[in-house]
Design a protein around this ligand. Structure first.
Ligand code: ATP
Ligand code: MG
Length: 449
């Protein structure tokens, strides 16, 4: 492969500083992989034969953060850009299946590359020395393959997180997994039991947001069910329903990949039908799943708690899962009601989830249901553009106006505002201050709050 990588100026400065002091230095790992495939690296890591104390000495005029000195990692800030510089190292024994008990520094770049997880992540580059690729990373990059460096069984045994990292890279890069690596993923999936929930959540979220999520989660469904056993009943669950061409799990994965690649939406899609196998009934018309959204919400809560997912994502995903089955017809009033109930951002997410859901249903109605779904999204945009009154902040009266008009302080204010908003949305009142205050007065007089 003939190419040049041009690291940004601060990274070039880091390489030059180490070279000027007589050390080898290369950019390495993800940035080399991404630059070679024509993507913009999001961070640049360097590797060097300089020991950590020497790195600190070379960069004494810069801000240096001793990120993980005993593992040989130092972060140097050059022109406000943080650059991780790591000493060539060999990892010791991995007793806990996650981190080496010790590391040894080495003078061999090849040894350092050998400890890295996948061939496409085990390449180093220097603008004058060119590419160092002892494990065939460029070929695998060209062919779109994730392959362990060395024996996959051993590499996963050292660090179980690599199982999910392999799946994550396969999904994000839309690559295949090499057969021996794939075999080892299946046979050693239980190693994930040694990995913390937070690390699993991070990898799984990136995996879900990748373009290859559907293929990877279909191929490695068993691995997903090892970390989220709540999802297993969906596997090959026949819906026996004319609205569905696919079993529940396949439908789920198709819905995941039909959603925009954002964590909240992709998690909501993954969990939205988890309640189906538990609510299945059958009659002459076929299979039904009455009340499945509520059960899905309970299962989603368990799954997300097990992942120790943050509160904000937890709450939003649960809301979307609970509401995903609302019957949505494209009219303004309904959109306004949804925005009033769950807020503007969540309403848009719900419509996007709805679109993904119908995209993954039976082909016979797909086109018309997608069109209807698009109409809902367009309506929301139009209402936003027209600054239509859908939320309290758009109401022509505020809490202060009500106080001034004599409504007593306390929960009365909130209740009144909500009633006014409802009346405006339902078309019973114009969004005009005078009429709203009159109506508030009437509500107070009649005690009908
Ligand atoms: P991205 O930053 O896009 O997630 P990356 O490849 O840079 O991808 P990082 O987690 O930042 O991934 O790690 C940087 C490099 O360190 C990797 O490219 C790989 O060479 C090595 N590496 C990271 N984690 C592991 C691991 N668990 N086992 C072996 N090598 C690893
Ligand atoms: Mg990185």
């Amino acid at each position: 492969m003939n190419f040049t990588i041009s690291p940004p100026a601060p990274v070039q400065k880091a390489l030059d500083t180490l070279s000027a002091a007589g050390f080898e230095a290369f950019v390495v790992g993800g940035c080399v992989r991404d630059a070679l495939r024509g993507a913009e690296p999001h961070d640049w890591d360097c590797t060097t034969n300089a020991k950590p104390d020497m790195i600190c000495k070379c960069f004494r005029d810069y801000h240096v953060i001793e990120t993980g000195l005993q593992h040989g990692t130092v972060t140097v800030v050059i022109d406000r850009m943080p650059i991780e510089i790591t000493t060539y190292r060999i990892d010791g024994v991995y007793a806990d299946h996650r981190r080496p008990d010790s590391v040894t520094f080495t003078d061999s770049l090849t040894d350092d590359l050998a400890r890295r997880d996948f061939t496409v992540n085990a390449m180093a580059y220097h603008p004058e020395r060119g590419l160092i690729d002892p494990f065939g990373g460029t070929d695998d990059l060209k062919e779109g393959v994730i392959r362990c460096v060395g024996n996959p069984q051993d590499r996963f045994d050292e660090d179980g997180l690599r199982i999910l990292r392999a799946m994550r890279f396969a999904s994000v890069l839309n690559f295949a997994v090499a057969p021996e690596t794939a075999d080892a993923i299946h046979t050693q999936k239980d190693l994930l039991k040694h990995i913390s929930a937070e690390r699993i959540d991070t990898e799984l979220t990136k995996l879900l947001c990748g373009t290859g999520a559907e293929t990877v989660l279909q191929t490695f469904a068993d691995v997903l069910f090892t970390v989220l056993p709540e999802l297993a009943p969906m596997y090959q669950f026949d819906q026996k329903n004319p609205h569905h061409d696919y079993d529940v799990y396949t439908h789920t994965l198709k819905a995941v990949s039909a959603c925009p690649p954002e964590p909240v939406l992709r998690w909501a899609a993954l969990l939205h039908d988890t309640g189906k196998p538990h609510t299945f009934t059958e009659d002459v018309r076929g299979g039904h799943f009455y009340g499945h959204a509520v059960v899905s919400k309970q299962i989603a809560a368990r799954a997300l708690k097990a992942m120790k997912c943050d509160r904000k994502r937890y709450d939003r995903v649960l809301l979307l899962v609970e509401k995903h089955d609302l019957v949505l017809t494209p009219n303004e009033k309904q959109i306004k009601r949804i925005v009033r109930q769950i807020g503007d951002e969540a309403a848009e997410q719900l419509l996007l989830l709805h679109k993904a859901d119908v995209t993954a249903q039976a082909a016979c109605h797909r086109a018309e249901r997608i069109e209807e779904s698009d109409r809902l999204l367009t309506l929301l945009q139009e209402l936003r553009a027209a600054d239509a009154c859908m939320s309290l902040k758009q109401l022509a009266v505020s809490g202060k106006d009500l106080l001034d008009a004599g409504v007593p302080q306390g929960k009365q204010i909130g209740l009144t505002l909500n009633r006014l908003l409802e009346a405006v949305i339902e078309g019973a009142l114009p969004n005009e201050k005078r009429e709203l205050l009159q109506y508030a007065e009437k509500l107070r007089e009649t005690g009908s709050l």
